[in-house]
Design a protein around this ligand. Structure first.
Ligand code: PMP
Length: 451
């Protein structure tokens, strides 16, 4: 048996063999090696504790250490370790029914393993749907600049952030990008709502110029997350839904980040009254990150087209691990806890009574805008309020480094200018205690005010 110290030495030596996804905080800084999680906190191998202010990658909605969830996975693994969804198993059947109930309306769900795959699946469904309903030329997919939809080639082609794509372009043909509802830096005059509605108008213009007979789908996050937490006017979401309907363009709502309570509603689109997307994609909060799972929920009218007999209506798509029984069991337990503990309501209340304190930072010279919806918050950092030039990377790294030193992990993204991520991200677990949130707010505020 190795002592703990010896184990840590082994970890240190072997860490160089792990291809870590992003050296995003500071390439020179020592990377944290986490060994234990409790609620919103994790401990590294030196015993230092950190509050995870970004819920891992915005997925750890219920925080660490829920034994009930671990038990649900273990029970399922003992009972039926694996089963493909070329046939059926009970956890997937129950989960699909629950998702349909939560979305409101009748939806059929296709399971995968991640958000990227959930979106890839949605694009293929959209293309095949039009193919089989007499519109074989409808193949184009429109998304917004600044939107993030995943890292696999199709999903990356819908992701319109130059910095993430430049080394891998050209993307997949047929993916187009339109101007986002980003009132802080909009080219349009008027109130935020007016400028957002003009951005919606550009979608309609684009569909017309491209030819409505060629456009299959429009994909959007209700609140752009990886592109700098952009919170549009709800009228924008309602307007784009109307436009999609008018031109028979399927509306794909990417709820990978916003689903399962993060924004103070079970799904982000529910903030926009009357909007019912054709397809909803989800991952992350679906299992609170305890196991990988992606889901593509499709309105029954669309699904029915894939059931037509006498035609080759079969959806040629399969995933070995998609809808793994243990992942579905975990998702069911996760949703049960979210409902039992009124997590969505809790987010709404604490977002206003606590997290909203971060809006006080608006008086700081380097804070351009604080944008918030529930437990999803972006602080756009600028050199000064007049020029709105994105804050230099080194200064932002200072803020993030200070927080980390004090035991708070926060993120940054935005790609406001290609390669420049000047938006600080705050997205703590939805179960964070009031004390956790106070620590987060105080630590972040003092780090920003030290600039
Ligand atoms: N859509 C959105 C909105 C996301 O934020 C992400 C991941 N950050 C994805 C899709 C892709 O999810 P995954 O990393 O699970 O493939």
């Amino acid at each position: 048996m190795k002592t703990e110290r010896e184990m840590n030495q082994v970890v240190e030596k072997e860490a160089s063999l792990l291809w870590n996804a992003m050296h995003r905080y500071n390439p020179e800084a020592e990377q944290v090696v986490a060994v234990k999680g409790e609620g919103s906190w994790f401990t590294d191998e030196s015993g230092k504790r950190y509050l995870d202010g970004v819920s891992g990658l915005w997925c750890l909605n219920l925080g660490h250490g829920r034994e009930e969830i671990a038990d649900a996975a273990a029970e399922q693994m003992k009972n039926l370790s694996y089963f493909p969804l070329t046939m059926n198993h009970q956890p997937a059947i129950k989960l699909a029914a629950k998702i349909s109930e939560l979305l409101g309306g009748k939806y059929q769900t296709f399971f995968s393993n991640s958000g990227s795959e959930a979106n890839e699946t949605a694009f293929k469904i959209a293309r095949q749907y039009h193919n089989q309903t007499g519109n074989p030329q409808k193949y184009k997919v429109i998304s917004r600049y600044r939107g993030y939809h995943g890292s696999t080639l199709g999903a990356l082609s819908a992701t319109a952030q130059a910095n993430r794509r430049v080394k891998y372009d050209p993307g997949v043909p047929g993916f187009l990008h339109v101007y986002p509802p980003y009132s802080y830096r909009s080219i349009f005059d008027g109130s935020p709502e007016e400028s957002d509605l003009k951005a919606a108008q550009l979608l309609e213009e684009m569909i017309n110029w491209e030819g409505e007979e060629t456009v299959a789908a429009f994909i959007m996050e209700p609140f752009i997350s990886g592109g700098g937490v952009i919170v549009p006017s709800m009228k924008y979401i309602q307007r784009v839904a109307e436009i999609c309907k008018k031109y028979n363009v399927l509306l794909i709502m990417d709820e990978v980040v916003s689903g399962y309570g993060r924004t103070g509603k079970m799904f982000g689109f529910k903030h926009a009254a009357g909007v019912q997307p054709d397809i909803v994609t989800m991952a992350k909060g679906l299992t609170s990150g305890y196991l990988p799972l992606g889901a593509t929920a499709v309105k029954s009218e669309i699904y029915d087209v894939f059931r037509e007999t006498g035609k080759d209506s079969h959806f040629r798509h399969v995933s070995t691990y998609g809808g793994h029984p243990a992942a579905c069991a975990v998702a069911l337990k996760n949703i049960e806890i979210i409902e039992r503990e009124n997590i969505v309501e809790r987010v709404r209340t604490l977002a206003e009574s606590k997290l909203a304190d971060l809006h006080q930072l608006m008086d700081h010279k380097n804070v351009g805008e604080v944008r918030q919806i529930g437990f999803l918050l972006g602080i756009e950092m600028v050199e000064d309020k007049q020029s709105k030039l994105p804050l230099a990377d080194a200064k932002l790294a200072e803020v993030i480094g200070l927080c980390k030193e004090k035991g708070l992990i926060i993120g940054k993204n935005g790609d406001t200018v290609p390669g420049q991520n000047n938006v600080i991200i705050v997205a703590p677990p939805l179960t964070s205690t009031e004390e956790d949130l106070e620590f987060l707010i105080d630590t972040l505020e003092s780090a920003i005010r030290s600039l």
